[in-house]
Design a protein around this ligand. Structure first.
Ligand code: WQD
Length: 336
């Protein structure tokens, strides 16, 4: 049973591929390496002791996607392939709509043409817009806060309509909150190369002396310490959520939506203090004005994933900061 993982060389994709290969699934990565590194494949192979099968091509080109499906004949598709920077999506909305929607449409068309039966989609808590936490799966926002979130919302709609037209195509939509951390080996993780906007890689860059003091975007939110609160979830837990979805879709027809979060909100200052305490490094910071588009707090309702999907997050903030730092220090050693 082959699983084609679109965007499988990326941050969350590579951790999911590692979990699937470690559990004996036949996996092929489909990636164009525009947003990821080939070194990641070496990390996956070092962890699993197995060769990474990879198809390199442009997922925005239907003929390429169809050729990949002809070659690998996947029964299941996991789609991670999307641009994901909120800020960049505001500056370049057409780039986000063109890429994120076109890839989803191509994958669905190829599923229809090549009789792939199941899709697991990497969606996001950004579809909840500025709703109040904890966010339940039924709380979909009428309007998201940025083009990135809108592409995720539209992709969910594409999948729901695709299933209505083709009832044999079963779908699991997984809405991530804030994935952070790295594989415990330190061999794969969230690279701090290139354009970095997320909190954890920026903390790592400051701690490693690769950047100046961390900017804390606002300390005047209505939260316990005034800084933004998010539901950070270890990327290994997110990967395990995809393995649970694989098993779930073997037994369940239709379209199913689950939050992947911990159900706990952690503030920026709490994350900084935990990082310093666990890793015994300093993270200098300065409070600056709020970042446009940020909400005060966002964390998940996790009951449905626990009761229906049979999955819950097991790693805690100490695991997240320890594993993120290990990857950062090993990446600096250029292991591959
Ligand atoms: C987290 C908190 C910032 C940087 C992310 C991803 C997005 C999507 C949703 C999956 C906020 C604060 C950050 C910094 C800071 N993920 N912060 N200084 O905005 O919640 O969005 O989750 O689909 O792809 O971007 O994550 O890490 O950017 O911010 O103070 O230098 O950290 O204000 O409160 P965000 P983030």
């Amino acid at each position: 049973m082959t699983v084609l993982v679109a965007g499988g060389a990326g941050y969350i994709g590579s951790h999911t591929v590692t979990e699937l290969m470690s559990r004996g699934f036949d996996v092929v990565i489909a990636d164009d390496f525009r947003g990821s590194s080939r070194k990641t494949l070496q990390g996956i192979e070092a962890i699993t002791g197995k060769r990474c099968l990879c198809w390199e091509g442009d997922l925005r080109d239907y003929d390429s996607v169809s050729a990949a499906f002809s070659q690998w004949r996947p029964e299941t598709v996991i789609n991670f392939a999307a641009y994901k920077s909120i800020g960049e999506s505001v500056e370049e909305p057409l780039k986000y709509y063109d890429n994120n929607l076109r890839v989803m449409i191509n994958l669905c068309r190829a599923m229809e043409e090549h009789r792939a039966e199941r899709m697991i989609f990497s969606s996001s808590a950004t579809v909840y817009g500025s709703g109040s936490s904890p966010m339940g799966e039924e709380c979909q926002a009428s309007e998201t806060l940025n083009p990135y979130g809108e592409t995720k919302k539209i992709c969910e709609r594409i999948l729901m309509d695709f299933n209505r037209a083709h009832p044999s195509k079963d779908v699991c939509i997984l809405r991530y909150f804030n994935p952070v951390g790295a594989h415990s080996s330190g061999l794969i993780g969230e690279s701090s190369e290139g354009r970095v906007t997320n909190l954890m890689p920026l903390i790592c860059m400051t701690a490693a002396g690769k950047a100046g003091p961390l900017k804390v975007y606002g300390q005047d939110y209505p939260t316990p310490d005034g800084t933004g609160v998010r539901d950070y979830i270890h990327v290994t837990d997110v990967a395990a959520g995809h393995v649970a979805a694989m098993s779930f879709l073997k037994e369940h027809k239709g379209v199913h939506v689950f939050n992947l979060g911990t159900g706990r909100g952690i503030s920026v200052l709490e994350m900084i203090k935990a990082f310093e305490r666990v890793n015994r490094v300093k993270v200098p910071y300065k409070v600056v004005s709020r970042r446009p588009g940020d909400v005060a707090e966002c964390y998940a309702s996790v009951e449905k994933a626990e009761k229906v999907l049979g999955w819950r997050a097991r790693l805690d903030i100490e695991d997240m900061v320890r594993d993120a730092w290990r990857f950062e220090t090993m990446e600096q050693q250029d292991v591959f």
